[in-house]
Design a protein around this ligand. Structure first.
Ligand code: ZN
Length: 296
């Protein structure tokens, strides 16, 4: 547990994160999204598909939002594990609306994500950076959050807490040792890093299958990076590009699957979260399952 003294250095609420960030432009975007979300047709939530929701943080003032979202989504969706979600897509056996969850960066408040998911018997994959697990040194945390995450300082999980997530039935995946931008790294750096995270997670967690590359947009990745992921032993690779998955025309190889995930911030209005999910459900195409040209 953290001492009260150290807590004051860490950001602990979404309100704190947002304070000072409210611009007129943001306000107008919020108003526009509210309008759009009223118009979004909820029938698309009943479309057979696999939608990957992913989070980073869950501060105290966001916990009720996640609980409400889970309750809302349970009306039409079956929650499945990350591994099952991937299997449904590659085998082309999506027969109803499915949702799976993941969270990146290994913040300590991911424990609260798991606790709320547990209430709904939902399983997630937590993508962690082994180089930051158990780090409590404040100056290291501050530097890492600033340089790698472009985020204020937060607490990170320790290995006992990672084990707790696994005991609850959640999966652990790799997000590189220290949040590497793969597009800016050499092949040797990528290979060494992926080999190291694979070994650490395999030893610590009794097996590891999934990988999500940091920053998440296509321009943060590369063809050689993708090859290195599978050569290291991982059997899935996730982006943070929006979109969801419908059945492919024929079963796919797991290396071919380009996992798309919908970034979700629980501090947003529920209507806005639902707008993104409905729009991406509506717009899902077979092509979403594959990497764009240049990544094949
Ligand atoms: Zn990340």
């Amino acid at each position: 547990m953290s001492s009260g003294k150290s807590m004051e250095h860490f950001i602990t609420s979404y309100a704190e994160l947002k304070s000072g960030k409210k611009s007129p432009r943001k306000y107008l975007r919020d108003v526009a999204l509210t309008g759009l979300s009223w118009a979004a047709d909820k029938k698309y939530l009943r479309k057979p598909r696999v939608q990957f929701i992913y989070l980073h943080h869950l501060f105290k003032d966001e916990e009720a939002g996640l609980d409400a979202l889970m309750k809302r989504l349970s009306e039409e969706h079956e929650f499945i594990s990350y591994a099952d979600a991937i299997n449904k897509v590659i085998s082309g056996t999506i027969d109803k609306p499915y949702i799976t969850f993941s969270a990146d960066d290994g913040f300590r408040n991911n424990l609260a994500v798991a606790e709320i998911l547990n209430r709904y018997n939902a399983k997630a994959c937590f993508f962690i950076n082994p180089g930051m697990i158990g780090v409590t040194d404040l100056s290291r945390i501050k530097q890492y959050c600033k340089d790698q995450l472009h985020f204020p300082p937060v607490e990170f999980l320790n290995w006992d807490e990672v084990a707790q997530l696994q005991q609850w039935g959640h999966e652990i995946g790799s997000h590189t040792m220290m949040h590497m931008n793969i597009a800016a790294a050499t092949l040797t750096q990528i290979t060494d890093d992926l080999g190291e995270t694979y070994k650490i997670l395999n030893d610590r967690c009794g097996g590891v299958h999934h990988f999500a590359y940091p920053y998440g947009r296509f321009f943060h990745f590369s063809v050689v990076g993708r090859e290195a992921v599978f050569n290291a032993g991982f059997t899935s690779c996730a982006t943070a590009e929006r979109g969801c998955h419908i059945n492919p025309v024929a079963p796919m190889r797991s290396e071919e699957l380009c996992i798309r995930r919908d970034n979700t911030v629980l501090g947003w209005d529920m209507a806005h979260i639902m707008y993104f999910l409905i729009t991406n459900a509506k717009n899902a195409t077979i092509n979403n399952n594959f990497y764009p040209l240049g990544f094949k």
